[in-house]
Design a protein around this ligand. Structure first.
Ligand code: ADP
Ligand code: ADP
Length: 228
């Protein structure tokens, strides 16, 4: 589902944030990405949703070679891949329903089907009763639920999350993890960068550790492995 072959990312300021990364993530996997600050986790993840392009090497997501992807093909990628951020990135002037509906890359669907699709994903994240609320009327956990609903509304094969519980209290973080697990159970591949040691050590998954732009550890059912 996700392949990287010898990927190097050198930023214009000379920093090498990926220094020859190769990885193969299969359909249906749930992968944590861990490592110290500045290790290259966000860069690794940004390369997957084409927020950054590699300096060299190959990135293939759901059969699409991102290094060869034309700008007009980006909507195609969006349908295969949802993204969830630490700071939610909801649109403040749109309500819950609109935030989710807005991300829908519509392909000849009638309004009734669209409405059903949006309500189905809001139901899955437990927010069906708050469709008319605006982001600033919601708790952090609720905002993240909306962001997750938005990320899956196109029924993507892959969901990428960059520290999705980083701004949430522990209890809310566990609730958000339950939603990711449910999405994974339904067959979606999940890649999640996280600093949450307790979650990684409790909900055991594949753990990829990055340091200095390199994968230094890749263990199924591994632990967090850092002191902080
Ligand atoms: P992490 O997510 O593990 O904290 P990042 O991928 O954000 O790591 O950063 C890896 C390295 O790349 C760091 O040294 C960081 O300062 C640098 N970096 C990240 N983004 C940029 C950028 N847009 N321009 C220049 N350097 C960057
Ligand atoms: P952009 O303004 O970057 O072109 P769009 O207008 O296509 O974005 O999307 C509107 C909003 O929906 C943006 O906030 C964007 O982050 C979000 N979005 C679109 N596609 C996805 C996706 N596959 N996963 C998560 N969020 C998405």
């Amino acid at each position: 589902m996700i392949q990287m072959n010898n990927v190097v990312k050198k930023y214009p300021n000379g920093v090498v944030a990926a220094n020859g990364i190769s990885i193969d993530i299969q359909k249906g996997e749930f992968v944590y990405v861990v490592g110290p600050s500045g290790a290259g986790k966000s860069t690794f993840i940004k390369l997957m949703y084409r927020e950054e392009k590699p300096t060299s090497g190959e990135v293939v997501i759901a059969g699409m070679d991102l290094t060869k992807l034309k700008n007009r093909q980006v909507p195609l990628l969006r349908r295969q891949l949802g993204v969830v951020f630490q700071d939610f990135k909801l649109l403040p002037r749109l309500n819950v329903y609109e935030n989710v509906a807005f991300a829908l890359e519509v392909i000849e669907e009638n309004p009734k089907d669209i409405r059903k699709r949006v309500m189905d994903v809001l139901d899955l994240v437990g927010l069906k009763h708050k469709v008319r609320m605006f982001p600033n009327e919601l708790s952090g956990g609720e905002q993240q639920r909306v962001a997750i609903a938005r990320s899956i509304v196109n029924m993507p094969k892959v969901v990428i999350a960059d520290e999705p519980t980083g701004n949430l209290d522990p209890e809310t973080s566990w609730e958000i993890m339950n939603i990711f697990e449910e999405i994974n159970t339904r067959g979606t591949t999940i890649v999640m960068a996280t600093h949450n040691r307790e979650i990684v050590n409790t909900i055991r998954k594949r753990v990829i550790a990055i340091e200095g732009g390199l994968i230094v550890r890749d263990v199924y059912g591994g632990d967090y492995g850092y002191e902080s």
